[in-house]
Design a protein. Sequence first.
Length: 277
Amino acid sequence: MVIRLLILVLALCSIQITAATKPDLLLAEVYRENIDVQQYWVSEKLDGVRAFWNGKQLISRGGNIIEAPEWFIAGFPEHPLDGELWLGRNKFADTLSIVSKQQAVASEWQQIRYYLFELPNAAGTFSERSKALQTIVQQQNSPYLMVVPQFRIKDKAALLAKLSELESAGAEGLMLHHQDALYKTGRSSDLLKLKTYQDSEAQVIGYRPGKGKYRGMVGALVVKTPEGKTFAIGSGLTDALRQTPPPIGAMVTYRYNGLTKNGLPRFARFLRIRQAF
């Protein structure tokens, strides 16, 4: 296992990422019960790689240049766009693998689409900016440029029903954007995310040995939250991850359903290794 860990660390260290200016983006808050749903546009929450188009290049949320093929961005406009590079539901790891490579692989990028959900620095309300995005995509006529579909929901019951429907089909959740919101950056209540589960991040600080069929492998990751809480995550680990687990010090993303009385995540489930991209 030590050898496998060493190989993984060396592989991670060998990745060279070109840095750029970190984009100032609009970030969502968690859905609140007391909102008037009819005042919001609703869309599926895409589990892809957030990408900011600065008019010349695609930049990741972490401020790294995404080396997209020239033919992929050839039809993009010269003004900023904000969206998600998306391969499909439950394909985040595959998407990240494709877009983080320094040498783009054409056959892989042909599967990717850039789904737009915001028009940075534009005037007008979100409703008006959404219409402008539709016009931009139609005018550019790029096969790789799409708009995230926005739709209306009549009430909370219908919202939760839609959430259940989409999550059952593999979607990550829903996004709600206030129709009258002017463009701003940073964390904002104008944009809300709704999921039946919560997710957060923690650092791997150790391992628990596996038992039974997992003997000789990792049974669970011992992790520590930024608040100093420690707990174990065993659910969600594949056999491959149990054989070659995330290295000590790595940050992982996990899902959970609320907190226990001791403030620990309830039903924590491993989701993925967080990539600083």
